[in-house]
Design a protein around this ligand. Structure first.
Ligand code: DX5
Ligand code: ZN
Length: 218
């Protein structure tokens, strides 16, 4: 079994009235990580959920929580999300004036360190931080909402990220987030992606766990 093709379903699209049921479905699926989207209404024009929901996810999940912080000043909350059970913490490059320090703190907390770049941010901005990263997250939509259209320029950015990671001898995985579905998953893996986040394509499917398998083996 290859370790290269991971799927991280986003509970942003789960049924919050049945969150335990949906997380148990993920536990019993081929999902590798569980993606937890935190939005503050400032960095992005939407508010998702905070610590209580992340803690419920942790309580029921048997898979690592992949926490994506779409918030300003993430440094203020890294420790709390680590305590809430995050296995990985991904911050947005655009929200971090002292990104190197932020990444070191995430690692000191014992979490996998990720940096996400928005569609307008070039991969080259990661040149001097990629060696310290466990995850490079390429946003394939503008963050803030599930169910948006995939931006085609993402394939090029994934290839650029792969090139940068190899050139700089980094071990970072490339994660893609936004508008991922069975039509683009194979092409994203082919471009160099290692981890695909999928919200609406999984939870709107008639069989979410079959959709997860389809994405993983795309
Ligand atoms: C977008 C979030 C995503 C979102 C993806 O702002 O970061 O993780 O849940 O949802 P889909 O897969 O529906 O685009
Ligand atoms: Zn996300």
């Amino acid at each position: 079994m290859t370790n290269d093709h991971l799927v991280s379903p986003s509970i942003l699209s789960a049924d919050f009235g049945n969150l335990q049921r949906d997380i148990e479905m993920l536990n019993n699926s081929e999902a590798d990580w569980i993606h937890v989207d935190i939005m503050d209404g400032v960095f992005v024009p939407n508010i998702s959920f905070g610590f209580p929901v992340a803690e419920v996810a942790k309580k029921h999940a048997t898979k690592p929580l992949d926490v994506h912080l779409m918030i300003v000043e993430p440094d203020r909350y890294l420790k709390r999300f680590a305590e809430a059970g995050a296995a990985g913490l991904t911050v947005q490059l655009e929200a971090c004036p002292n990104l190197h320090r932020t990444v070191q703190v995430i690692k000191e907390l014992g979490c996998r360190a990720g940096v996400a770049i928005n569609p307008h941010s070039p991969v080259s901005l990661l040149e001097d931080i990629v060696i310290d990263l466990d995850v490079v997250l390429v946003m394939s939509v503008n963050p803030g909402f599930g169910g948006q259209h995939f931006i085609e320029n993402t394939y090029k950015k994934v290839a650029e990220a792969k090139n940068l990671i190899e050139r700089r001898n980094s071990k970072a995985l490339i994660e893609v987030d936004g508008g991922v579905d069975k039509n683009n998953a194979g092409k994203l893996y082919a471009a160099g992606a290692n981890v695909l986040v999928a919200g609406s394509s999984v939870f709107a499917a008639s069989s979410p766990s079959e959709m997860i398998s389809m994405l993983k083996h795309a």
